[in-house]
Structure formats: structure tokens, C-alpha cells
Design a binder for this molecule. Structure first.
Ligand code: FCB
Length: 782
């Protein structure tokens, strides 16, 4: 097997679900489901109920081996009780059509469309629903069992339980932690009972489908092995229990995770878990379906309230991460697929696995010669590479099903989401293959990936198609008047045909923008600080990812200020990110008067209407001070940095507020600079002036490291005699002896907020300043 090919017999196909594609919601006696009640969108979807022969033909043309569809419970049992033969007939026809096309049918019994009648009788929080589901499974099994190869019981019980009954963003829209946990258990039980019913009817292969998301911290997204602090490790484990192990452990080990039971008990009690349930849930399955889309990225954040979709997640922050995302905003991390498959293979008893869903929503551009959805192709290709690597490492994955065949009705998000390999024009129901469909057909044909990847159309491709030089394309793209109308038309046509629209140059074609952002660094002192440098680096790569060019400008003299203002006035840039100087200065105001959108990194020294992104310096210093007070430290000295720094002023203010609340007096020393030597000098002064000093809070980690040195020289043991706390959580903070307690500032989140703020301003939206939370990281020094 070459590195790009898959094992012989590997199954390729697609997945869909009934409510998302069938339409015909009142045809032939179908009853209402909770999604008919909940959804505000037109319910025709793709009218697959009537057009299934065309859709099966499409799959045949694309040479698919398998098709996972879901059966609509309310077509079969309109009110949850009485059988509607006409509803069953539809699935009969569909299965026959598939078999005639040489496509193996995989029937999925529950893809979230509970009969409304059963919801009215209690829904999934009621145990009875699990028994009704088993009855339904028996009915469908009896009718289709002679022809259906593989049965899946429930799809993504986490989503059905926690989005349906916890956060309420899915049908039926209930918001109760207790209902969410009981629903989750009853969905698992429903799987077990349905599997028994199907088996009794002679079904050959049976499985459940779970959505699995590796859980990690922001730093781990690019470095899976990155070691975690104790609090972050606990946060990761808790979310992993809620999202993944809550389902994997009962299904594959016949038990709930020990660390999850107290969380369930607190929210819902444990009475709904009856003796014997877990044995039913864990009866051997033949295949486990795994849906993978994106990781869950979290970190410990003491004050954070629980997310209603994850009851019990108090003190955990769900983070945005600076990676590429799909149009849905889901981070694209293909290697997570290998990670999760490796983990399941290692930690659970051997079972055949199947990727039952994986795919992506991207904005598609319909051009004269097709839909060139390169992003979707890249997404699937990268995930297939990750899958191939996992198989090479021993994961028993037997097949891969793309989500999904058709653009469809994406639940609460309606029709705006485009996950299909096939484009659907919802006005006419016309189906059109996207490039990804043809590309996937080729993957299936060769049972693997090609060595070369499809390329995004470039300036060269456009030039070749329009038969002009690259410079001419560039002139047209930049709106220069020197190009003749005929040439312009030819270039624009080539741009259109090739689907060159989404890239940076083409966007400037529409907006007449320069697509350039000026990044103005006001003073070297700030620009030289490693955390600021990291934010600047992140924000640059994010804006470049959004198709912008970045021009770096240094504002260190009056002359440079004049030049920068002139540059912006001349509209040579679309927007400005400015690091305001420490001292009062008018550059931000002068720039904002040019009318070009501007945002600041850090709060400016003079109050201004220009929006900024900053971190909660005062809150962080207050939390650090409270921590010291709580540990019984009564005489706390603060080492401030140069007082013209706004950050230092804010940190001092937070410290003072916390002291005032506790009725304690401030003891201050001002360091002349921000380096370690200045920190050591200030600490010596504090220790000399206050012999009973028992703690030091430094305005930065560098100053704190200097204080550690001064304490050692003075023979004071840290933390026994003197606790020391820093601010910033620079890399060095965890490497000192003892390791430094400090306040972490969210570097990546600052960059993300800054990029978002600027992009919203460019779109003319009203924006306000953003202050991001900081977080105390307790280590040995306090
Ligand atoms: C999965 C669902 C599927 C679709 C995709 C995008 O969670 O199973 O119906 O919504 O996400």
C-alpha cells in the first residue's frame, strides 16, 4: 500500500439525514417531528423524497460504494405509535434504488427528528421514549432487514441531548441540565434496546454513531504533546468526559466514567440509570461510527460560568484559536482525526470503526464553468491524509463517509451552510456537481489520494486564460484606468470563470480597496516586549490569512508621525492597527480624523474614541493581590514599573482596589525600567524599608524574576518567608526556582480580537473596545 492509498475493500461514500434533505413533510401520512415544530426555515429542503432517483444516480456516477441515510421516524410512525405503511414504502423504494445502483445502504434510525407526539409525552428525558425507539427499530428492521447491510441506531447522542435539552439551540429547545443528562442516558439505552430488537430480527451489522472531538488547550492545537498545568489538565479531562467519554465508556466498556458520575449526579441525580441499563447499552456492536469535525479548545478560567451545552463546566473557558476555520467558524485541525482514532484504538476494546461524517462548510462561488470549491477539497484531502496515517498506525477504520452529498437544511443554521459535494439551487432544485464531487470520485476510483493537489487559481492562471500578461491582470485587479475596456472585460471574464473571486486580489477588484493594513508600532519599548511582539505576529498572520497585506511602520519621531498620517490620508492603506505610545500623544486622534478605520492594541494614555483591545490588567492585579491575602500574606509590597506605562498604572490600580477592600495598606517601589536588574533593585528597597514584608507583587514577570534574585541574596526563602507573584506569564515564569505564580494574559485572543475588530470596522460596522480577561496561574512562589 503506497502512502496515499487505502486498504483494499475500504468503503467510500456519503452520509445524509432525513430532515435535512427529504422535504415533503406532510406527504403520504408523515407526522410532525420536533424539528418541524422548532425550525423556522422552509421545510422542502432538497425534495429528496421525490428526487431520490436522481440523487441515487448522482452517487452512482460518483462511484460511491455506500450511502448512509436516516429514516424519518415520523414517516414510519407518524405519532410515534401506529405504523404508516406508506412511509415505510419510501425507504423500500430508496433501498431498492440503491441496490440497483450497486450502492450499499447503511440505515441510520435516529438523526434527531423525534416524533412531536413523543416529545409531548416527555421526550428523551422520559425513559419510555427509549422503549418506543426500540419498537420503531423493530418495525423498520422487519421491513428493510433483508436488504440493509448495516444499521446505525442513534446519531450523535451528545448533540441530541445537550443541544436539544441543555442549551436549547436545537429542537426541542429545552434548557435544563437535568433533562440533558437524562436524555443522554436514554439515548444510549435506546441504542441498546434498538440493537437488541434489530438483532432479534436478524440484522447483520449494528452500530452507533458518536461525535468525537479531541479536547485540548489553545497551545496544544499546534503542539498536541504540550504539557499542561494542573488546572488546564483538569479542564481538558472534564470536557472530555462530558463530550466524549460519556458515550464511549458506556457503549464500549459498560460503565460511566468515574469522574463524570458526580457531575451527572449533581445535575440530575442518578436514579434514571437503572440496574442492567449499562449491560444493554454495552452489548457488542459490529461497528462504531465516528463523526469528526473539529477539536474542542478549552482552558481553566476560574470565574467562567458553565456553558449550558456542557453542564458542569464551571471555571472552563471555551477558546477561539488562531487557526484556519471553515465558514461555520470551526477550526480546521486534520491531525485531530489521527489523534482521536489512535486514542480510541488504544483505550477501548478493539472494534471496527467507520468515519460516518466528516466535511466542511465553505462559501461556494458558482461561476460560469463550475463551482471550484478548492477549500472543501483541501479540507477532505487533509483529513484523508490524517486518516490514512491512523490506519497505518493500526486504527481499524473500514470506511469514510463525507458529510454530505447535497447542500441542505443545516438545522438551526438553515440553508446558508454549504456542506455538500453537490450544489443545490433551492429555487429550482437543480443539482450541480462541485469540483469536490469529481475530485472525490477520483479518490474513490484510485482508492486513495493523488500525489498532486489541486491548486487555487493564481494570477498566472487568470493571465493565461485571458491571454494577457500578469501585469495586465494586476492592473485590472487594481482598478487602473490604463486598460482598454475589451481587455478589462476579458480579464474579468477569466476571473469569473476560474472562480478567482475569493482571493485577495480579486476582492480588491470588487471593493477597490488596497487590501493593505498599516501596522504602526509607536515606540520600540512596547514593540520590543516579547508578548506584544507575539500579538503583532499573530495578528499579522491572521490578517494575511484574510487576504490582507501588512505594512509595518515605526512611529518613533515627529517626522515619522507626519509621514504615517500622510500615507494614511493618501488612502494607501484600508485600515490601521496602532500600538499607542506610553505617553500622551495625538497620533491616534490624527489618524482617526483621516476617516480610515483604526484600532489600537492596548489602551491609550489619553482617553480616545478609537476602539482598542486590551487585557484586564486591573482585574488581574486584583486577583493576584486577593490570592496573596487569602494565603495569609498581610504585608504585600508592589514593584511598579515606570509609571508612564498605562499597563503599569492599571495593574497598580487593581492592586490598590484589592488592598482597600481588605483594609490593607499599599507598600510601593517604582522600578526605573522593566528589566530584571530594576526589579531586583526595587525589591531590595522594599525589603530594606519593610522588614516584615511577606509578599511581593511585581508589575511584570521580568521584575518578579529580579525580585526572586534579591530575595535569595537577602536570605529570604520563597515562598516560606516571602511570596512573589509576577504578571504576564512569559515562558521564563514557569522555569524559575521556585516557579513563579503569575497572571496570564491571553496573547492569541488579543490578536484574534484585534483582527476581528479591524475587519468589522472595514465592513463599516459599529465597534466598541474589547477588554479580555486575564487569569491567575498559581505556582510554587506563593
Ligand atoms: C453533524 C450532524 C449533521 C450535520 C453536520 C454538519 O453534527 O450529524 O447532521 O449537521 O454536523
Amino acid at each position: 500500500m503506497s502512502t496515499a492509498s487505502f486498504p483494499q475493500g475500504f468503503v467510500w461514500g456519503v452520509s445524509t439525514s432525513a430532515f435535512q434533505i427529504e422535504g415533503a413533510t406532510s406527504a403520504d401520512g408523515r407526522g410532525p417531528s420536533i424539528w418541524d415544530t422548532f425550525s423556522s426555515d422552509r421545510a422542502e429542503a432538497c425534495d429528496h423524497y421525490h428526487r431520490y432517483p436522481e440523487d441515487v444516480r448522482l452517487m452512482k456516477d460518483l462511484e460511491m460504494a455506500a450511502y448512509r441515510f436516516s429514516v424519518s421516524w415520523t414517516r414510519v410512525l407518524p405519532d410515534g405509535g401506529k405504523v404508516n405503511p406508506a412511509g415505510l414504502d419510501f425507504y423500500d423504494r430508496l433501498v431498492d434504488e440503491l441496490l440497483a445502483a450497486g450502492i450499499t445502504p447503511y440505515a441510520n434510525l435516529y438523526h434527531w427528528d423525534l416524533p412531536q407526539a413523543l416529545e409531548d409525552a416527555g421526550g428523551w428525558p422520559s425513559r419510555e421514549t427509549a422503549h418506543r425507539f426500540a419498537d420503531y427499530a423493530a418495525v423498520v428492521g422487519e421491513r428493510l432487514g433483508d436488504r440493509v447491510d448495516t444499521w446505525f441506531t442513534v446519531n450523535e447522542p451528545w448533540v441530541a441531548a445537550f443541544l436539544g435539552y441543555g442549551s436549547g439551540i436545537h429542537a426541542p429547545g429545552r434548557k435544563s441540565a437535568a433533562d440533558a443528562f437524562t436524555s443522554a442516558h436514554h439515548l444510549l439505552l435506546a441504542h441498546g434496546l434498538a440493537a437488541e430488537a434489530l438483532r432479534a430480527g436478524g440484522a447483520a451489522k449494528i452500530g452507533a454513531v458518536v461525535n468525537i472531538s479531541p479536547v485540548m488547550t489553545p497551545a496544544q492545537v499546534s503542539d498536541f504533546d504540550r504539557p499542561l498545568s494542573e488546572e488546564d489538565a483538569e479542564a481538558v479531562a472534564r470536557i472530555d468526559a462530558l463530550a466524549n467519554r460519556q458515550f464511549l465508556d458506556p457503549l464500549l466498556r459498560g460503565e460511566y466514567p468515574a469522574d463524570l458520575l458526580p457531575v451527572i449526579e449533581r445535575a440530575a441525580g442518578l436514579d434514571h440509570i437503572h440496574d442492567g441499563d449499562l449491560a444493554v447499552i454495552a452489548r457488542p456492536m459490529d461497528v462504531l461510527g465516528i463523526n469528526y469535525y473539529a477539536p474542542l479548545v478549552v482552558q481553566a478560567q476560574p470565574s467562567e460560568p458553565a456553558d449550558p451545552a456542557f453542564p458542569g463546566s464551571e471555571g472552563i473557558l471555551f477558546c477561539t484559536v488562531p487557526t484556519a476555520v471553515t465558514a461555520m467558524g470551526w477550526p480546521i485541525v486534520p491531525n485531530c482525526l489521527s489523534l482521536l482514532l489512535g486514542r480510541i484504538s488504544r483505550e477501548y476494546p478493539a472494534i471496527d470503526l467507520m468515519i460516518t461524517e466528516n466535511g466542511a462548510d465553505f462559501v461556494d462561488v458558482v461561476t460560469g464553468d463550475g463551482i471550484h470549491d478548492v477549500d472543501r477539497i483541501n479540507f477532505i484531502e487533509e483529513h484523508l491524509r490524517a486518516l490514512r496515517a491512523a490506519i497505518a498506525d493500526g486504527a481499524r477504520v473500514r470506511g469514510y463517509l463525507v458529510w454530505t452529498l447535497l447542500d441542505n437544511l443545516e438545522w438551526s443554521d438553515g440553508y446558508q451552510r454549504k456542506f455538500g459535494l453537490v450544489h443545490v439551487d433551492f429555487a429550482t432544485q437543480r443539482r450541480r456537481l462541485k469540483d469536490s464531487a469529481l475530485w472525490y470520485r477520483d479518490v474513490i476510483r484510485r482508492n486513495g489520494l493523488a500525489d498532486t493537489r489541486p491548486k487555487r487559481p493564481t494570477l498566472e492562471t487568470v493571465a493565461a486564460r485571458a491571454r494577457v500578461s500578469r501585469a495586465t491582470v494586476s492592473r485590472v485587479v487594481n482598478g487602473e484606468a490604463s486598460v482598454s475596456p475589451e481587455v478589462r472585460t476579458a480579464v474579468l471574464q477569466a476571473v469569473q470563470e476560474l472562480g478567482y473571486v475569493p482571493n485577495a486580489a480579486a476582492r480588491s477588484l470588487v471593493t477597490r480597496r488596497t487590501n493593505t493594513i498599516a501596522l504602526v508600532l509607536s515606540v520600540p519599548r512596547n514593540g520590543g516586549d516579547p508578548l506584544t511582539a507575539a500579538v503583532v505576529q499573530y495578528v499579522t498572520s491572521m490578517l494575511e490569512g484574510a487576504g490582507k497585506h501588512i505594512t509595518l511602520m515605526l512611529a518613533d519621531t515627529a517626522e515619522s508621525h507626519r509621514r504615517i498620517v500622510q500615507h494614511v490620508e493618501a488612502r494607501l492603506v484600508d485600515g490601521v492597527i496602532l500600538l499607542p505610545p506610553d505617553r500622551a500623544d495625538t497620533l491616534a486622534e490624527r489618524l482617526s480624523r483621516t476617516g480610515v478605520p483604526i484600532v489600537l492594541l492596548g489602551k491609550p494614555a489619553v482617553a480616545s474614541l478609537v476602539p482598542y483591545v486590551d487585557v484586564d490588567n486591573a482585574g488581574g492585579a486584583a486577583a493576584a493581590t486577593e490570592h496573596l491575602l487569602a494565603r495569609g500574606r498581610g504585608r504585600i509590597g508592589m514593584i511598579c514599573g515606570p509609571m508612564d506605562l498605562v499597563t503599569v498604572q492599571d495593574r497598580l490600580a487593581g492592586h490598590r482596589t484589592a488592598l482597600r477592600r481588605a483594609g490593607a495598606q499599599p507598600l510601593l517601589a517604582v522600578a526605573a525600567d522593566l528589566d530584571r536588574a530594576a526589579g531586583a533593585a526595587a525589591a531590595r528597597q522594599l525589603l530594606g524599608d519593610n522588614p516584615s514584608l511577606d509578599a511581593v507583587l511585581a508589575a511584570t514577570d521580568q521584575l518578579a524574576i529580579g525580585a526572586l534574585r534579591a530575595a535569595r541574596e537577602a536570605g529570604r526563602r520563597v515562598p516560606a518567608d516571602l511570596a512573589i507573584v509576577g504578571f504576564d506569564d512569559i515562558d521564563a515564569a514557569s522555569a524559575t526556582t521556585p516557579a513563579l505564580t503569575t497572571v496570564r494574559v491571553p496573547v492569541a485572543d488579543q490578536a484574534l480580537a484585534l483582527a476581528r475588530l479591524l475587519l468589522s470596522r472595514l465592513e463599516g460596522r459599529h465597534t466598541t473596545s474589547v477588554v479580555l480577561p486575564t487569569r491567575l496561574v498559581v505556582r510554587e512562589s506563593s
